[in-house]
Design a binder for this molecule. Structure first.
Ligand SMILES: [Zn+2]
Length: 456
């Protein structure tokens, strides 16, 4: 268990964190108390909690994050540590502060680091570890400190709640910042807490949805890459060995859909429905992403790719796609029965651990799979519409387009952009007006598509 104490210090309102665990050892991140009162407040907390500071870390070398390095040195004998590429900032800080930040009259004791951090350097305290992730952009040596086992990250001025740090200041670089954001949002799970250098804390999942700088349109604007939007359905997972629902040989031919996968069926017989989903969850462990999933992940090198999927499996994620929106939920997650869309109740659960009767979600209600049952509202339609409206290229793979409301998404496709559908069956031309039909399976069709995209 890690305890995170946040202080808001100095006129720039920067966050200083003291991160401790049950051993009482702690790391100090961005010591930035300025006034005497702030310094006393910081010192008193450490004293009253009986903490033993073992490292003093800086997310970057900007003045508003380092103002009490002298205090930390004098009290605990610790020197600040910052990524090596912010050495320039640490060397310049007293000369440049007025010119860059427009603030004068800061007389303080500049403490130079004795050790500079490297990318992936591990910082141990108590029974925990923080990994240094080099995330340039706001400054050349900006870093994020990530505690993988506790799902928390100190993001400095790289990622804020609903914002990102400026990249237009001395030594800042927008391309670097975008790569850094992509790096951390890919690496960290959605339930990872983030503690930024300014303002309030948040989670990676919330930021992926609400932070305008993490949305494809912002990447597009800054990279000139095209936005490739791909809607996938059961046909893509079928070739990994997962049964489809509606085909002639599909799952529903042998099973009773209303009983096992509808909200009414769930209300009548919870254990039958849970058994069915436990089996589906476990089965997911036996399949692997196929060539089509993998190529879609690879396309992220050349395109801003958004995947909208009707599938509840995690094969896109396992293939390496970083931007996947699920319309019908996710098998690897579970939630509560009272309000299945309550974010506080949605958690990941290992696929080989069955959900049992009596097992409770955070709100005290029976745990259930985080999937949309028949009779329930499809998730994420509004965000999906927004993504489709922003497409430069639109592709449909492995869905018969008979599943509403996902099928309606094609009505939001911008006029005259290239559109493709990969599907082995004969399709009615009225259904796919404006689309080029690649009439084959996902695994074969994906290479044909890749070739066509290269010639647009
Ligand atoms: Zn800064």
């Amino acid at each position: 268990m890690v305890n995170v104490k946040r202080f808001v210090f100095n006129p720039a309102q920067a966050n200083c964190y003291v991160v401790s665990d049950e051993t009482k050892e702690c790391v100090i991140i961005d010591p930035c108390a300025r006034s005497e009162q702030e310094r006393v407040q910081f010192q008193r907390y450490i004293q009253e909690e009986g903490l033993i500071p073992v490292r003093c870390l800086l997310t970057h070398g900007h003045y508003d994050h380092i103002l009490s390095c002298d205090l930390v040195r004098d009290l605990y004998g610790l020197y600040p540590e910052v990524h090596q590429r912010d050495k320039a900032w640490m060397d310049l800080v007293d000369k440049k502060i007025e010119e860059v930040f427009g603030v004068g009259g800061f007389k303080y004791d500049i403490v130079k680091p004795q050790h500079y951090l490297q990318d992936n350097e591990v910082i141990a305290f108590g029974s925990h570890r923080l990994i240094t992730l080099h995330t340039p952009g706001h400054s050349p040596g900006s870093a994020v400190f990530y505690c993988e086992e506790e799902h928390i990250a100190f993001t400095g001025d790289t990622l804020f709640r609903k914002g990102v740090g400026r990249s237009d200041m001395l030594y800042g670089w927008i391309e670097d910042l975008m790569n850094s954001l992509r790096h951390i949002t890919t690496l960290m799970p959605n339930n990872c807490m983030i503690y930024p250098g300014h303002y309030l804390d948040s989670t990676i999942g919330f930021e992926k949805k609400k932070n305008p700088y993490l949305l494809p349109s912002w990447y597009k604007k800054n990279t000139g890459m095209k936005h490739l939007v791909v809607l996938t359905g059961a046909g893509i997972s079928k070739e990994s060995g997962l049964s489809t629902f509606r085909d002639k040989d599909g799952m529903w031919q042998n099973l009773n859909a209303p009983r096992l996968a509808s909200i009414q069926g769930y209300r009548k017989n919870r254990s039958a429905v849970l058994d069915f989903y436990n089996a589906r969850r476990k089965n997911l462990l036996t399949v692997e992403p196929n060539h089509a999933h993998k190529v879609l992940a690879e396309l992220e090198k050349d395109y801003v790719v958004s995947i909208i999927t009707q599938n509840v499996d995690d094969l896109h994620e396992r293939a390496g796609s970083t931007n996947v929106l699920h319309l019908h939920g996710e098998l690897r997650k579970v939630t509560g029965s009272n309000n299945p869309n309550d974010p506080n109740c949605i958690i990941e659960k290992p696929l080989d651990e069955p959900i049992s009767i009596g097992e409770k979600a955070a709100d005290g209600s029976q745990l259930r799979p985080f999937v949309v049952f028949f009779g329930e509202k499809v998730l994420n339609m509004k965000p999906a519409e927004r993504i489709v409206k922003d497409a430069d290229i639109f592709v449909i793979i492995g869905t018969s387009l008979q599943v509403y409301p996902a099928a309606e998404l094609k009505d939001y496709v911008p006029w005259k952009i290239p559109c493709y559908i990969i599907d082995p069956s004969e399709l009615w031309s009225g259904d796919i007006y404006g689309f080029e039909h690649i009439q084959t399976t996902a695994v074969v069709g994906i290479d044909i598509l890749k070739d066509k995209l290269a010639h647009i």
